[in-house]
Design a protein around this ligand. Structure first.
Ligand SMILES: *Cc1c(COP(=O)(O)O)cnc(C)c1O
Length: 377
C-alpha cells in the first residue's frame, strides 16, 4: 500500500460501537470491568487508551515499524528511549542535535551515571573514534537543526552494529514521508509529533517507533511506569494530522526549495543551509536517503543586528519557536532553540548570532518570499 493510504487507514478503523469514521476521543481515565479480571483489554488509561492505540498503530505503520508508543512530548519520548541505557554505559550523541536533547544529556542524564560524548556523525571515521568499550547507543538527528547537516544512516548503523550499539534517529525534520530510518538499519526512531506529524501547531507530543520486541517491551513498560503518555485529545489531533502528512510535506518541500533558491541568490544573504541546494555539502547523500528536502531553511545574515532586523520586520512569517506547522515560522536559533548549547559549541556548529531559521509553511510561496524580501531590505 502507498504512503497516503497507510496514513489515512492504519489505526483508523471505524468505531466498533457506532461506526464513527473518525476515531473517537476516549476521554476516560478508567474502564468498567465485567467481573474480576474480566475486561475488554482496557483497565486504566495511563496503560491503555483506544485513541492513543489508534495513533500508535498509525505512526508505527508510517515508519515501517512493528511497535509504536506515543508520549506527552518529543523530549519525554527521547527520555524513554534513553531508559534503555544504564549507569556506567556510554552514548555517542550527534554534536548538532536539538538543544533540548543536548540539555537532557548534559544536565539530567549525566546525574544518573549515563556517560556521553558528542561526535560529528556526518564524518564516519570521526564517529568510529568515538566508540568506547561501554558504548551502548548512538543517537543521531538528520538533517540537523538548524544547519541541516545530513548523516549517512546506513553507514552509522553498520558501524554501530559492528560495535554492539543501538542506533536511534530523531526523524522529526523529515517525517516518515521523506525518510524512513528503520529501512537503513536504524533500530529506533523518535519524533516530536509537535512538528510535522501533527502539523498544525496545536499539540505537543512525541513518538517512539521500533522493531525489536525486547526493547519495545521495555519502552512500553517505561511509558506506563513513568506515565508521560499522550492525552486522548492530543492523540486525536495527531491522528487527524497524519492523514494529510503527504500533501502537507509535498507543499512544504515545494515551498522550501523556492525559498532556499531565493535566499541563495539574495545579495544580503551570506550563506544558505538547505540540503536541496547543490551547494550543500551532503546534497548527494540527501538525495539518496531522503525522498524530499522539506521546509526547513536556515540562512546567515552576518550579524545579530541584521538577524534582529529581519526577525522583527517580517509580517507574514511569525516570530516564534517550533516548526513544522502550516504557517511559516521564523526564529533565531542562537537565542531561542539553542540557547542551552554553550556559545563555543554553537559557533563551531555555525549557529552564529546572524543565523536565522525559517520553517517554511504551506502558504502561497509568492507571499512568503515577498515577506522575507521586504524584511531583508
Ligand atoms: C521539537 C523537537 C524536539 C523536542 O520535542 P518536544 O515535542 O518539543 O518535546 C526534539 N527533536 C527535534 C528535532 C525537535 O525539533
Amino acid at each position: 500500500m502507498g504512503f497516503s493510504t497507510i496514513a489515512i487507514h492504519a489505526g483508523n478503523e471505524p468505531d466498533i460501537a457506532t461506526g464513527a469514521v473518525s476515531v473517537p476521543i476516549y476521554q476516560t481515565s478508567t474502564y468498567a470491568q465485567e467481573a474480576l479480571g474480566k475486561h475488554k483489554g482496557f483497565e486504566y488509561a495511563r496503560t491503555q487508551n483506544p485513541t492513543r492505540s489508534a495513533l500508535e498503530t498509525n505512526i508505527a505503520a508510517l515508519e515501517n515499524a512493528k511497535f509504536g508508543f506515543a508520549f506527552a512530548s518529543g523530549m519525554s519520548a527521547i527520555d524513554a528511549v534513553l531508559k534503555l541505557v544504564r549507569a556506567g554505559e556510554h552514548v555517542i550523541l550527534g554534536d548538532n542535535t536539538y538543544g533540548g536533547t543536548f540539555r537532557l544529556f548534559s544536565k539530567i542524564l549525566s546525574n544518573y551515571g549515563v556517560e556521553f560524548d558528542l561526535a560529528d556523525t556526518t564524518d564516519i571515521p570521526n564517529l568510529e573514534r568515538a566508540f568506547k568499550p561501554n558504548t551502548k547507543m548512538v543517537f543521531v538527528e538528520t538533517p540537523t537543526n538548524p544547519v541541516m547537516s545530513v548523516t549517512d544512516l546506513k553507514a552509522v548503523s553498520d558501524l554501530a552494529h559492528a560495535n554492539g550499539a543501538t542506533v536511534v534517529c530523531d526523524n522529526t525534520f523529515m517525517s516518515p514521508y521523506f525518510q524512513q530510518p528503520l529501512n537503513f538499519g536504524v533500530d529506533i526512531v523518535v519524533h516530536s509529533t509537535t512538528k510535522y506529524l501533527n502539523g498544525h501547531s496545536d499539540s505537543v507530543g512525541g513518538f517512539v517507533a521500533l522493531n525489536d520486541e525486547k526493547d519495545a517491551e521495555w519502552i512500553g513498560f517505561v511509558q506506563n511506569g513513568i506515565g508521560a503518555i499522550l492525552s486522548p485529545f492530543d492523540s486525536f489531533l495527531v491522528l487527524r494530522g497524519t492523514k494529510t502528512l503527504a500533501v502537507r510535506m509535498d507543499a512544504h518541500d515545494k515551498n522550501g526549495r523556492v525559498v532556499a533558491n531565493f535566499l541563495a541568490e539574495h545579495p544580503k544573504v551570506l550563506k544558505v543551509y538547505y540540503p536541496g541546494l547543490v551547494s550543500h555539502p551532503q546534497h548527494e547523500l540527501a538525495k539518496r536517503q531522503q525522498s524530499g528536502f522539506g521546509g526547513m531553511v536556515a540562512f546567515e545574515t552576518g550579524s545579530l543586528s541584521n538577524a534582529k532586523s529581519v526577525l522583527e520586520t517580517v509580517k507574514l512569517c511569525i516570530l516564534g519557536e517550533s516548526l513544522g506547522g502550516v504557517e511559516s515560522l521564523i526564529s533565531h536559533p542562537a537565542t531561542m532553540t539553542h540557547a542551552s548549547v554553550p556559545q563555543e559549541t554553537r559557533e563551531k556548529l555555525g549557529i552564529t548570532d546572524g543565523l536565522v531559521r525559517i520553517s517554511v509553511g504551506i502558504e502561497d510561496v509568492e507571499d512568503i518570499i515577498a515577506d522575507i524580501d521586504q524584511a531583508l531590505k
